[in-house]
Design a protein around this ligand. Structure first.
Ligand SMILES: Nc1ncnc2c1ncn2[C@@H]1O[C@H](COP(=O)(O)OP(=O)(O)OP(=O)(O)O)[C@@H](O)[C@H]1O
Length: 262
């Protein structure tokens, strides 16, 4: 089953600026995520990707601009209320509850829900996507491998039956094989369940293959946006993010070209 995307943005950032004390981490960031799509923000180390997600989920209050979710202004809401609205953040480094069992971690994801039948169905659904979690259901989450913890973190977010999942660098610290496996399942979840996803990644190759629409972030500013199909064909993206360097192009010329993006 493939769920079509709709043109109405489920998430809209307008001119957002966030800072840590005197350090402006993101500036003038405007982006939209449409219902049913996977959108991605690409950017190198320190570009501001995590800051964007923290600003959306209410961990950081922006200094300027607004965040709208399902048409409501959520800029001033605290993280717990934003979760209740159906916006779930899977942070970098997964952050499962290590001393709780895998099953209890999943139930924690569903703590705002009253529909017990729905919760049981969704538990089966995540076990279908990640069968290893069923095998380890009674074990402490802290005993899982890094990849399995990533699967659990994504599954815990799914247990909230969210309208939007923010996924921060799911490839971090994982082998290429495991990264590929997790990305394939994330795409399946999106296509089969219609879950809207905003993914931030340094692994541009994976992100551009998984996502429908992409934004490129450099030094806290969005310098390019397009469908991922188009982004994959752009020379700058090939050179700087996909590592497909043109033979014979000198480093200083590449740098000049990079600066021309702005
Ligand atoms: N708690 C903090 N205090 C001060 N500066 C911070 C803090 N967190 C991030 N920064 C700075 O803000 C900028 C953006 O960081 P951010 O973590 O959002 O980038 P990122 O693109 O997610 O990078 P990475 O891929 O390494 O996680 C960087 O210059 C970073 O050093």
């Amino acid at each position: 089953m493939s769920v079509p995307t709709s043109d109405a943005p489920v998430l809209k950032l307008s001119n957002v600026e966030s800072a840590y004390g005197p350090i402006k981490a993101i500036r003038g960031v405007s982006l939209q995520v449409r219902r049913g799509e996977i959108a991605t923000v690409l950017g190198s180390n320190g570009a501001g990707k995590t800051t964007i997600l923290k600003t959306i989920s209410g961990i950081i209050d922006p200094r300027k601009g607004s965040v709208e979710f399902k048409g409501e202004n959520i800029t001033a809401l605290d993280p717990a209320h934003i979760v209740q609205q159906g916006l779930l953040h899977v942070p970098e480094g997964r952050e499962v509850f290590p001393l709780l069992s895998v099953r209890d971690n999943l139930l924690m994801g569903a703590y705002t829900r009253k529909d017990r039948d729905g919760v049981a169905r969704d538990m089966e659904m995540v076990f279908g996507y990640f069968p290893i979690l069923r095998e380890r259901a009674t074990q402490d989450a802290g005993l899982l491998s890094g990849g399995q913890q990533q699967m659990l973190a994504i599954s815990r977010a799914l247990m909230a039956n969210p309208d939007l999942i923010l996924l921060d660098e799911p490839s971090l610290g994982l082998s290429p094989k495991l990264t590929k496996e997790i990305f394939e399942i994330v795409v399946r979840i999106n296509r089969e369940r219609g879950t809207t996803i905003l993914l931030v990644e340094q692994n541009a190759n994976m992100a551009l293959n998984a996502a429908d629409y992409g934004y490129v972030l450099e030094n806290g500013r969005i310098v390019m946006e397009d469908t991922c199909a188009h982004l994959r064909e752009k020379d700058d993206i090939k050179e700087f993010y996909l590592g497909m360097k043109e033979a014979g192009v000198r480093a200083d010329r590449r740098w000049k070209k990079k600066k021309n993006w702005r």
